[in-house]
Design a protein around this ligand. Structure first.
Ligand SMILES: Cc1cc2nc3c(=O)[nH]c(=O)nc-3n(C[C@H](O)[C@H](O)[C@H](O)COP(=O)(O)OP(=O)(O)OC[C@H]3O[C@@H](n4cnc5c(N)ncnc54)[C@H](O)[C@@H]3O)c2cc1C
Length: 249
């Protein structure tokens, strides 16, 4: 399997779905599909007519139980070379070079147990969504909490699906924090992720909690530091950083 995942293959864009004003989900059909672990990613390579190449990593959003295809959810960044192309140029039926699944550290599946604390900033929710979709697909009731930081309610990716996953009554709780604007009458969190917030969310899950944090670098570091300050052992915390800038979710 290792060698196969390092080989490039030609995926076909089966569907494109708009998630939010800045994010789209691309469903790719893969001729050499390999079952992934939730949390893994694919590399995607674009080649221009003059042979100039650009390569980026994108987390798998879909659950491994879905065979033959994967979903990637991509945020359009201002001036973004690859995300801009995917958002503005790509259409269903187009073909893309990809390789994967890649990564063996930032992964979780039901057999690894819980409780589970997932912390996301912006598009950092993507690999965590693969974990939650997998959890649902296999009927798991491992206690799980997702703390999800977005600028505004309109920026929440997978909003309807997260709501229905939570309403499934199988032990998943989704907690939003909106850092820039909140819905009318909002009584939840309205600030960046901080140690007090983390303490409130992590404490009920207990010291055996496995934590996965994903998003802009600054958010990931703040959340990891806050959880250690709240008493969680560092070896229980796994992190994935999406970008160099730190972002502002
Ligand atoms: C393991 C891994 C998984 C990833 N999964 C996803 C995913 O599921 N969805 C997703 O949208 N992205 C994901 N990313 C980020 C992705 O790989 C690209 O970095 C991102 O799409 C920007 O590429 P670009 O060519 O559009 O922008 P570039 O042309 O490379 O950069 C444009 C501008 O944006 C800044 N920038 C670059 N990356 C980021 C970022 N992530 N956040 C904020 N600013 C940035 C640059 O400094 C530059 O100013 C992942 C990254 C890694 C390492």
């Amino acid at each position: 399997m290792l060698n196969r995942t390092l080989e490039w293959q030609i995926a076909t864009v089966a569907a494109i779905r708009t998630e939010t004003a800045r994010t789209k989900t691309f469903t790719l059909s893969l001729p050499a599909w390999v079952r992934h672990l939730p949390g893994q990613h694919y590399d995607l390579r674009l080649t221009a007519p003059d042979d100039y190449q650009a390569q980026r990593s994108y987390s798998i959003a879909s659950e491994p139980e879905r065979e033959g295809e994967i979903d990637l959810t991509v945020e359009s960044l201002p001036g973004g070379e690859v995300s801009g192309y995917l958002h503005d140029v790509l259409v269903p039926g187009d073909r893309l070079e990809v390789r994967g699944p890649i990564g063996g550290y930032f992964v979780w599946e039901v057999s690894r147990g819980g409780p589970l604390l997932l912390v996301a900033g912006g598009s950092g929710v993507v690999p965590l969504m693969s974990m939650l979709r997998h959890r649902r697909a296999v009927g798991s009731s491992v206690p799980a909490r997702l703390l999800y930081s977005s600028r505004t309610p309109e920026d929440v990716i997978y909003a309807d699906e997260l709501k229905s996953l939570q309403e499934g009554g199988d032990g998943l709780e989704v907690i939003h924090t909106f850092t820039r604007s909140q819905p009318a009458g909002w009584t939840g969190y309205a600030r960046r992720i901080d140690p007090d917030m983390l303490k409130e969310i992590y404490r009920p899950l207990g010291g055996k909690t496995q934590v996965f944090i994903c998003g802009p670098t600054l958010l990931v570091e703040a959340a990891a530091d806050g959880l250690v300050a709240a008493g969680l052992a560092p070896e229980r915390i796994k992190t994935e950083r999406f970008g160099p800038s730190g972002g502002s979710v």
